[in-house]
Design a protein around this ligand. Sequence first.
Ligand code: NAG
Ligand code: ZN
Length: 291
Amino acid sequence: MSRFTALALLSAAALPGALAWGAMGHETVAYVASNYVSSATKSYFQSLLGDTSTDYLASVASWADSYRYTTAGAFSAPYHYIDANDNPPTSCSVNLDRDCGSEGCIVRALQNYTSILIAGTATKANLQIAAKMVIHFAGDIGQPLHCEALDVGGNTIDVEYNGDDTNLHAAWDSDIPESISGGSSLSSAKSWATDLISEITSGSYKSQASGWVSGLSVASSSAQTTTAMKWATESNAYVCSTVLKGGVSAVENKDLSGAYTTTAQPVVDLQIAKQGYRLAKWLDAIVAAAK
Ligand SMILES: *[C@@H]1O[C@H](CO)[C@@H](O)[C@H](O)[C@H]1NC(C)=O
Ligand SMILES: [Zn+2]
């Protein structure tokens, strides 16, 4: 069964949680990025997106999750993930030839929309779409279950969270992030981002941040793909080390709101901080290279 068919079979009620990092996670990535972009990048994207507020990236960060469910945007549904056909928790890996099918995947989509922005020849409407795709996918690629094929990226692994029925993918998209930020609102995202920014600028992430962006390059399509593959591979490794550390049986039908969440939170914090910082440098590189 294709992932798309399997997703279509999920109940409508389960779908919002199955989209991606929930909107709040995407907004947090965007707020972290907003803090680190250059002033040229800020002007470029505020002008392209027609929004001079401080929320210019956060406001569009989850647009791609609504677009994928429209008729016009259905083609982009596979662009939100890469189906790593590895074997967690024994072995994790991403292989572009093996895992990125003819329908496309997040690695190729990041490359594609990045090169569209750099070329600058598309219509303004299509440049706006490209920007919104890049901003969104830089977040999704950091969610370990967006870089995993097993059980439709965990969508078909039933779990509970605080007594409510959900699935493993949705717990990672929304429940665990919200357990850190305290809610699903834009203001929760903003305050979580403020915490992560202080960790990056002067706290526990300070010594790591330059490593997160080392080798980051948009200089050619292969450099763009290499960078996106690095992000996907790092994210996928957490499927083995954390998400499915004890195998499917350790999480299936279990309530994940206790010890599991305590173990997952540092990974979610790190992945959101890292992808926000990377997105800033990626957008800077795009603007520097833009024709
Ligand atoms: C690349 O972008 C074009 C223009 O929006 C789109 O039609 C195509 O589906 C995209 N391909 C991938 C793999 O992202
Ligand atoms: Zn998504």
